[in-house]
Design a protein around this ligand. Structure first.
Ligand SMILES: [Zn+2]
Length: 394
């Protein structure tokens, strides 16, 4: 039996209740909030949509809805431009087992026409549409996530072994502003692992070399170099404007300093460290989990933990750890997944074993505990029993 468009619409109307714009507004104020599903084409959505609406164009609805809305009982409000496509979409959702679906009468046109709030996505350039296309396809990133990445500001401590892969991938991913603090110059002995740099840049400041490499990979991101060491005097100024701090330093005074400053400023500190064939990574996020001092209240005695320069390091190892730091940074910016907070990944590359250790915040912690005894920055060289310690990045 042939079925006309009118027949299909009549079927849809019988299956899917239609609700007014006013009703939708009232439903959105309730808790839990309903799931808004925008079934228009991508370009229509980009030009303006209801805040928080999922973009599931009609052509992809069946393919993508189960991942986007796993709960078949969820309250779904479907809308399109005028109320026709969303009614048909609603019928499909009903057929797929979604039990609580309504369609908004008059669609986005009626919503906007009624003076209700809406948002428009960032307009991406043609270059950006191509460059980030694999991100756009992921529902967890999409255009909204890419906009977050482009708006994000991440400060890397050190353009060395760890900072190299982290910065490389953050730039590739389109993290819009990348700051790098490093006062060192490129040495040929760095090139065994510090992949931001190159042989013809020996003697060049690392921040300058990093800028060249990152800008070459992605001219869409801004790279700001700070050719200085992080100290108690400059750390608050250096950290003030950034969303996430990535610690790739190779010495204890800097590690404690970065930790304390992040606790005082409430900023997430994506931590990595390496030693010979072993490395570790975790995220210290004040208010969400432990800090570095919860794990290590005291630094090791001077000389007990030699640097890469003294003890050597496997060239590939910082690539592993730095990439974990990059992934965690991107997740923090996007607000997706489970951050590596309260967990530490330990890599043993000789045995090729990765262990996950659970970490707890220590209520007695001198800096993030219940009654902190350290309330301002201290002399970190002295705290670590060092004077004029080594400052280069791993
Ligand atoms: Zn702590």
């Amino acid at each position: 039996m042939n079925r006309s468009f009118k027949d299909l619409m009549d079927d849809a109307r019988r299956a899917v209740p239609e609700v007014t714009v006013d009703d939708v507004r009232a439903r959105l104020d309730r808790s839990p909030a309903p799931v808004l599903v925008d079934v228009r084409e991508r370009e229509e959505y980009r030009d303006g949509h209801l805040a928080g609406a999922l973009s599931l164009p009609r052509g992809f609805l069946e393919m993508r809805v189960e991942e986007a809305v796993p709960d078949r009982g969820a309250e779904i409000i479907a809308y399109c431009a005028g109320g026709t496509r969303s009614l048909i979409a609603g019928k499909i959702l009903k057929d797929m087992g979604y039990t609580n679906v309504v369609s908004m009468i008059g669609g986005f046109g009626a919503w906007k026409g009624g003076g209700n709030p809406w948002t428009a996505d960032r307009q991406f350039s043609a270059d950006q549409m191509q460059r980030y296309s694999r991100h756009f396809i992921l529902p967890e990133v999409g255009e909204a996530g890419q906009a977050k990445l482009l708006d994000a500001k991440v400060l890397l401590i050190g353009a060395g072994g760890l900072g190299s892969p982290t910065a490389y991938y953050l730039a590739a991913a389109g993290v819009g502003t990348i700051g790098i603090v490093d006062d060192d110059v490129v040495d040929r002995s760095n090139l065994q692992r510090q992949i931001l740099h190159a042989d013809d840049r020996v003697g060049m400041p690392k921040v300058e070399s990093a800028q060249k490499t990152l800008q070459g990979l992605n001219p869409d991101v801004k790279v700001i170099g700070f050719r200085e060491r992080v100290t108690s005097e400059n750390v608050m100024r250096l950290f003030a404007d950034w969303d996430v701090i990535v610690d790739g330093c190779d010495n204890f005074p800097t590690r404690y300093l970065v930790n304390d400053a992040c606790v005082f400023l409430g900023k997430p500190n994506v931590h990595g460290s390496i030693f010979q064939f072993e490395g570790q990574a975790t995220v210290f996020w004040p208010g969400h989990g432990p800090c570095y001092r919860c794990l290590f209240p005291e630094p090791p005695p001077p000389g007990a933990a030699p640097s890469c320069q003294e003890a050597g390091v496997l060239g590939v190892l910082p690539g592993l750890v730095g990439c974990v730091q990059a992934v965690e940074t991107v997740k923090l910016i996007l607000g997706v997944g489970r951050p590596l907070v309260g967990r530490l990944l330990h890599f043993d590359t000789l045995a090729m074993e990765i262990k996950q250790l659970k970490l707890r915040r220590d209520p007695e912690c001198p800096v993030c505990g219940d009654s902190p005894t350290i309330r301002e920055l201290i002399d970190y060289e002295e705290f670590c029993g060092l004077r004029g310690g080594h400052g280069a990045a791993a």
